[in-house]
Design a protein around this ligand. Structure first.
Ligand SMILES: [Zn+2]
Ligand SMILES: [Zn+2]
Length: 260
């Protein structure tokens, strides 16, 4: 569907080095199988997915809405939702389309503790951050509820954001409500679920960059942006690894947000 131009986004952050001796030894002792295709991953720096699968990911390229980043076949000016002022954030961009391969990678990061995957995802996200018109200096990962973070042992958004090389604010925002799965909910139901779900602890000023793994309907980041602005933020910019395009979301009203 989105096969148009696959840019060599992965070549610079992932230039192929010689396999190291230590990798060869580790491969003998603890072979790693790619979480997507099961091929053996011979270079540890890739984490738990193989170079072929990484290179199959599809960068999100224009045309898209200049505000919310929603892909469109052709677009002039803002998309309908942004024209109506539906989003409290000022800018949203995603590095990649939410393809099956990326879904597998993110799923394994979140539910199979393959945290090594966050490194490569973070590096891909950094390229997007540097190429798109972001102006914030403070990076805030979308928080999980305390209970969910305890169960999982980490917040994947935080692991990914840690690779961006900007100052990370992990205590500014708190998730007060352990919102149930958003799966299969309409936009308005999501909105209701999320009302008052976040709380800002401490003063905020200037521009904040909000980081998450997947952008589905924008409801979560909209709610956070509203909360941050009420607390004093002037501008909120959203950066996510993956983008579920509206078309896709409408076509497959299935487990998108929580299936990943
Ligand atoms: Zn693979
Ligand atoms: Zn838009």
């Amino acid at each position: 569907m989105h096969s148009a131009t696959v840019q060599p986004i992965l070549t610079s952050p992932f230039a192929f080095p010689q396999r190291t001796l230590i990798d060869s030894i580790l491969n003998l002792l603890f072979p790693v199988a790619c979480v997507v295709c099961r091929a053996q991953v011979l270079e540890r720096r890739w984490g738990a997915a193989c170079p072929d699968c990484w290179s199959r990911l599809e960068p999100l390229a224009p045309p898209f809405c200049p505000q919310c980043g929603e892909p469109a076949p052709a677009i002039e000016g803002l998309c309908g939702r942004c024209r109506k002022g539906e989003y409290a954030f000022d800018l949203a961009r995603s590095a990649l389309f939410f393809t099956d391969t990326l879904r597998e990678i993110i799923h394994h990061l979140k539910y199979a503790e393959r945290v090594s995957l966050a490194r490569s995802l973070g590096d891909i996200l950094k390229v997007c951050l540097e190429h798109e018109p972001f102006s914030g200096r403070i990076v805030v990962p979308v928080p999980l509820h305390r209970k969910r973070e305890r169960e999982r042992g980490f917040n994947q958004a935080e692991l990914i954001a840690a690779r961006l090389g900007r100052s990370l604010e992990t205590r500014l925002l708190r998730r007060r409500k352990n919102t149930p799965s958003q799966t299969g909910l309409s936009r308005s139901e999501r909105k209701r679920n999320l009302a008052g779900a976040f709380e800002v602890r401490g003063p905020v000023a200037g521009t904040v960059i909000l980081v998450d793994d997947v952008y589905t309907t924008g409801s979560t980041v909209h709610e956070i942006a509203r909360t941050l602005k009420r607390a004093g933020a002037q501008r909120v910019e959203v950066l996510t690894v993956a983008r579920v395009s509206n078309d896709f979301y409408r076509a497959a009203e299935t487990d998108i947000s929580e299936a990943v």
